[in-house]
Write a protein that binds this ligand. Structure first.
Ligand SMILES: [Zn+2]
Length: 165
């Protein structure tokens, strides 16, 4: 028995009726979504997508970090992405703490995280606009790349546009 037995069992069932063997690694709907790791978000379901349609980039807070930019460059030039949606969400844990709070919490567990930047979100709208600007002004991405920002409401399932092209 391992902590992963349930997953392996579920996968056996999944693979029995696997329907996606014909897909390629290109985003069939030409979309990349940057969203949070929050377990309430089903990015494919809430946007009417299925496996193969979009690149989904997730991290704490849906922040456009250097690694997200790196991934978007690959997604655009190698994997068929032609539009990007940045999608943070309501009730995000990252909007409820500061980096200093996180450092203090980890310190209580005997871990010093001060060399990490957590990119916590004191103001969600401002953070989203900042992140959209990071993509828009990246010298590595096409200037005309369609870019949108919207906040997903985890209590209603609705998307609230903040910036649309
Ligand atoms: Zn979140």
């Amino acid at each position: 028995m391992t902590a992963f037995d349930d997953l392996l069992a579920a996968n056996e069932t999944y693979a029995r009726t696997f329907a996606y063997s014909g897909l390629t690694g290109r985003a069939a709907r030409g979309l990349a979504v940057v969203t949070c790791m929050d377990s309430r978000i089903d990015p494919l379901g809430l946007l009417g997508l299925r496996a193969g349609d979009a690149k989904i980039l997730r991290n704490a807070g849906a922040r456009v970090t250097d690694d997200v930019l790196r991934t978007l460059v690959l997604a655009v030039y190698l994997l068929g992405v032609q539009r990007v949606l940045v999608m943070p969400h309501t009730d995000c844990g990252m909007a409820k703490v500061s980096d200093a709070d996180v450092h203090a919490l980890t310190q209580k567990n005997g871990v010093d995280t001060r060399s990490l930047e957590f990119h916590t979100v004191p103001d969600q709208d401002a953070a989203l606009r900042h992140d959209l600007t990071r993509i828009r002004t990246s010298p590595f991405l096409p200037a005309e790349l369609p870019l949108a920002g919207a906040i997903y409401d985890v209590h209603t399932g609705k998307l609230m546009p903040v910036e649309m092209p």
